[in-house]
Write a protein that binds this ligand. Structure first.
Ligand code: FRU
Length: 910
């Protein structure tokens, strides 16, 4: 199967290869702004006049949640409403191997016209029969190794998976000497040139952050990473290095379509706050003038022991990226090959000249010399495509040509490299088409291991994962984040091979990694330090991420709703491990604990009864939250339903059908159908955006536990102890902020924990964005005056939650924010002087604590439960009466009224 996509930019995509009709210079938008301050810093600065740096935050707010015991009696159940049918289960593979290349597309005059400015080679590409996998005969000719007699290559034996037949050790040694020498030279030049490089105008841009978009955007995720502008797809080059997480990604900054690919780059200290950097020259497709050079997916490692020799040993190694270059040097053939570059900061990269001699091999097996431009193009290629061969000069004067890809497929991409402790060497899994495995001692010289063409996937990855509750580890093969297989990685017939566990039918057991369509191209960080396996996925689907041409008709994808500025976003980062389930071992994908640090107001409802009229969430309004729901269905319970992103017309529903034990995340009524991406048929399969997606979720001890993350236009639902995940993009109306939870049939008991989630994207402008505040305050207080008790701190925390309540109130305005801020300052001030020691100088009352900015003083100094609701506000200025009576007054009533907040995240979407 193959796929061609023609986009508005006349990018032609076939089987993962493609080209543009237009070369655009890269538009690196930058600004001098570095990372947005973590929100925690803000409160301290504005709220308490302190000048502190953000510190690592651990969750504390959720330690003392407000707990509401359900007191309502069970209501009568209307059984007539219990016969809703469970949504049908559908499976849509997010892979791109879904549509057939139509003849019309290949010859479409508009495409060809659009390409008229292009080099002839591009048109050749369209007609190039070598793009097809080719006949067996063709393959044999071009993929075999031969011995040269005169200028003609006589084909020898077809390459097999036996590495001893493919790899000439003397050649490796030969390359090693010739390759290492220039590298060492290069290294010294590189280090001495580094300062100069950094000062160079062309590279300056990449050292500064890409400014986060601050204008109101119709859709923008707030606690998920997304590139600020342009298009992104697969995560790449993920590596933990010198205390920072580096995330690269497939990136086309000049349009919201898949275009000529560069690597975007973002860094984070905590997996939450991301700073987007510019594109490094090495990964910038727009800078290449001598043909095409797109940077497809690949990985990066921290070569901590300097196995590559690229670094000074004393320096603790550095970063090495291995990725796919797709395209062609002028006059060369279009193909995919694996390249290498190294860096000591993740920003400035050097492409080493490995000194490997290569020639083109034509269809008859004849070698053709490369031009200087072509040689330069291949200088840092570690594994060439089958159109080229490495030249080995044998002792007897003969020449052997070696094809680096024993499977000789045009689809040879997405290398993921990792350190294999057992064999003390690097391992690469690479596919795009069939799966190949290679090994290397130094990241430069690679030997073929198993060639497992029974597995076809893009973006393969082998995770080495602990089995929870044991000392065991197992390997998991990810097939592009859509499917996974559990197994071992061992030598079979002398080559390292992934050996999957088999199911009852004796065939390899494959499991779904995500039961909904918007998670693809998973990659995890290479983390040599913490040994965490933290994975992220592109949160989209090739079926509608870009516009699609089907039978000559352009069907609009999600660009239709996302607009023309930005199209690309990533899932939550999740930590991987294996857990035992009643069905056997399964992959657990648990959002990283770091997300707890951006939980804001946390509300917990314990042991509440859900029936058809439950109104617990009636006053909650948010598009940016996390909700844990645990319920225990009764015999007569039909469904438990959670509605989110809801207004009077639309909602996204999460339904648990008790009878079928099926969980469905249904976006079929989540938005105006007119605005939804078009349904279309590809290869007999219908792709529908507005559709329900389901997974089996057996009850455990009679209970169901769900963890739901909603972030503006995404929803991720975790179930079955995080072994079942459903990830969906949804495009709700601006006012679709309401939510509901209820049960149909016999009522059920439930525990619900709700937390608002902060945004990492902007410096705070008011309290609505505070995150991790309490931990920061606590840390500061503990470091200064030792007199504070946990109880007094808890009281402060309580005040904080209530202050937030004011701020999130539906009637909140600037005055409310000031008021709440003042209350918090006052509480902080009280807490400071309550201690027995000397107040910390850094947080002295002189710095404005206790005095409201607008002249309002909060006079009630005691900080007890519900106190802020009763706080009297003495106005020396004008206090908005709506605030006074509507919000503060409204909170007077009872503890329950604390839950009457309407949490509107105004900043983002007003
Ligand atoms: C997967 C993929 C990869 C390729 C990249 C191109 O989404 O097709 O195979 O390297 O995207 O952008």
């Amino acid at each position: 199967m193959s796929l061609i996509i023609q986009t508005a930019w006349n990018f032609i995509w076939k089987d993962g290869e493609g080209f543009m009709d237009e070369r655009k210079s890269s538009k690196v938008t930058t600004a001098l702004k570095v990372a947005a301050l973590p929100a925690s810093a803000y409160l301290i600065i504005t709220g308490a006049g302190l000048n502190v740096q953000a510190e690592e935050i651990t969750p504390t707010i959720s330690d003392t949640p407000v707990i509401v015991e359900e007191t309502q009696e069970n209501k009568d159940i209307d059984m007539t409403q219990s016969d809703q049918e469970s949504a049908p289960v559908v499976e849509i593979d997010a892979g791109i191997t879904t549509a057939t290349l139509s003849e019309e597309m290949m010859t479409d005059q508009t495409i060809l016209d659009a390409m008229e400015d292009q080099k002839p080679s591009e048109t050749e590409y369209l007609n190039d029969s070598s793009l097809d996998s080719g006949s067996e005969e063709e393959k044999e000719d071009s993929i075999t190794e031969g011995t040269e007699t005169g200028s003609k290559v006589e084909t020898g034996k077809t390459e097999t998976t036996d590495k001893s037949e493919n790899v000439d050790t003397s050649e490796i040694d030969g390359v090693e000497t010739s390759a290492k020498q220039p590298l060492e030279n290069e290294q010294s030049t590189e280090s001495s040139n580094l300062d100069a490089v950094q000062a160079d105008e062309g590279t300056e841009a990449i050292e500064v952050a890409v400014e986060p978009e601050t204008e109101d955007e119709e859709y923008r995720l707030q606690y998920h990473f997304s590139n600020e502008q342009g298009w992104s797809n697969d995560p790449n080059g993920m590596v933990y290095y010198n205390g920072q997480w580096h995330l690269f990604f497939q990136y086309y900054p000049d349009g919201v379509n898949h275009g000529m690919m560069s690597w975007g780059h973002a860094v984070s200290d905590d997996l939450i706050h991301w700073t987007e950097l510019g594109i490094s020259d090495t990964f910038n497709a727009a800078l290449y003038e001598n043909g095409f050079r797109w940077h497809f997916s690949g990985s990066a490692v921290w070569d901590i022991n300097n196995t590559s020799g690229f670094f000074n040993d004393s320096d603790n190694g550095g970063l090495v990226a291995i990725w796919t270059i797709a395209g062609m040097p002028s006059g060369g053939s279009f193909s995919q090959r694996q390249a290498i570059a190294y860096s000591t900061d993740g920003i400035h990269w050097t492409e080493p000249d490995l000194g490997i001699e290569r020639v083109y091999i034509d269809g008859d097996g004849n070698p053709t010399e490369m031009t200087e431009v072509q040689k330069d193009y291949y200088k840092n290629v570690i594994l060439g495509d089958y159109h080229v061969a490495r030249v080995i000069h044998n002792d007897d004067g003969s020449v052997t040509y070696v094809n680096d890809d024993p499977l000789s497929s045009n689809d040879f991409r997405d290398p993921k490299v990792f350190w294999h402790e057992d064999s003390q060497q690097w391992i690469m899994v690479v596919a795009g088409g069939p799966l190949r495995i290679y090994s290397s001692p130094d990241l430069i010289h690679w030997s073929p291991e198993a060639m497992q063409d029974e597995i076809t996937t893009e973006c393969p990855e082998l995770y080495y994962l602990p089995v929870q509750g044991t000392n065991e580890y197992k390997y998991v093969l990810s097939e592009g984040g859509r499917w996974y297989q559990i197994g071992d990685f061992e030598q079979v017939d002398g080559v390292w091979t992934f050996v999957p566990e088999v199911g009852a039918d004796g065939t390899p057991a494959r499991y779904e990694m995500n039961y909904a369509p918007d998670a693809y191209a998973a990659q995890s960080f290479n983390d040599m330090v913490n040994h965490r396996v933290v994975m992220v996925q592109w949160m989209s689907n090739w079926s509608y991420a870009d516009n699609t041409t089907v039978n000559g008709e352009t069907l609009e994808g999600i660009r239709k709703v996302l607009g023309e500025e930005h199209n690309g976003q990533f899932t939550l980062f999740s930590e991987l491990s294996l857990v035992q389930t009643p069905d056997g071992l399964r992959l657990q994908q648990k959002p990283v604990a770091e997300y707890d640090s951006i939980k804001n107001a946390v509300f917990e409802f314990k042991d509440v009864t859900l029936d058809e009229d439950t109104d617990i969430l009636d006053d909650f309004n948010s598009q940016q939250f996390q909700m844990e729901v645990e319920f225990e269905p009764e015999k007569g319970t039909d469904e438990v339903v959670i509605e989110v992103l809801k207004n009077t017309e639309y909602e996204t529903t999460i339904t648990y059908n008790v009878q079928t034990q099926t969980l469905t995340v249904d976006r079929s009524n989540s938005m105006d159908p007119e605005k939804a991406p078009a349904d279309h048929e590809q290869n007999g399969t219908w792709f529908k955006f507005l559709y329900p997606y389901s997974a089996k979720v057996p009850m455990e001890d009679g209970k169901v536990k769900l963890n739901i993350f909603v972030d503006n236009y995404s929803i991720e639902v975790y179930a079955n102890n995080y072994t079942t995940v459903l990830t969906e993009l949804v495009f709700p109306d601006k006012d679709a902020t309401a939510m509901d939870i209820y049960a149909i049939g016999t009522p059920v008991k439930a525990n619900i924990k709700f937390a608002t989630m902060d945004s990492y994207r902007e410096a705070n402008t008011d309290m609505r964005d505070l995150s991790g505040t309490m931990q920061t305050v606590y840390d500061i207080l503990s470091k200064g005056n030792k007199g504070y008790t946990n109880t007094s701190f808890a009281e402060l925390q309580d005040t904080y939650n209530k202050a937030l309540g004011l701020v999130f109130s539906g009637d909140a305005n600037d005055q409310t924010v000031v008021l709440a801020n003042s209350a918090l300052k006052k509480a902080l001030s009280d807490l400071m002087f309550e201690g027995t020691g000397t107040p910390n100088q850094d947080i002295s009352a002189d710095e404005g604590i206790g005095t409201a900015d607008t002249g309002m003083n909060v006079t009630n100094t005691s900080v007890q439960t519900g106190q802020i609701a009763q706080t009297s506000v003495q106005s020396e200025g004008t206090v908005d009466t709506a605030v006074n009576s509507g919000v503060v007054g409204g909170l007077f009533g009872s503890l329950l009224s604390l839950f009457g907040f309407t949490m509107l995240f105004k900043r983002r979407r007003d």
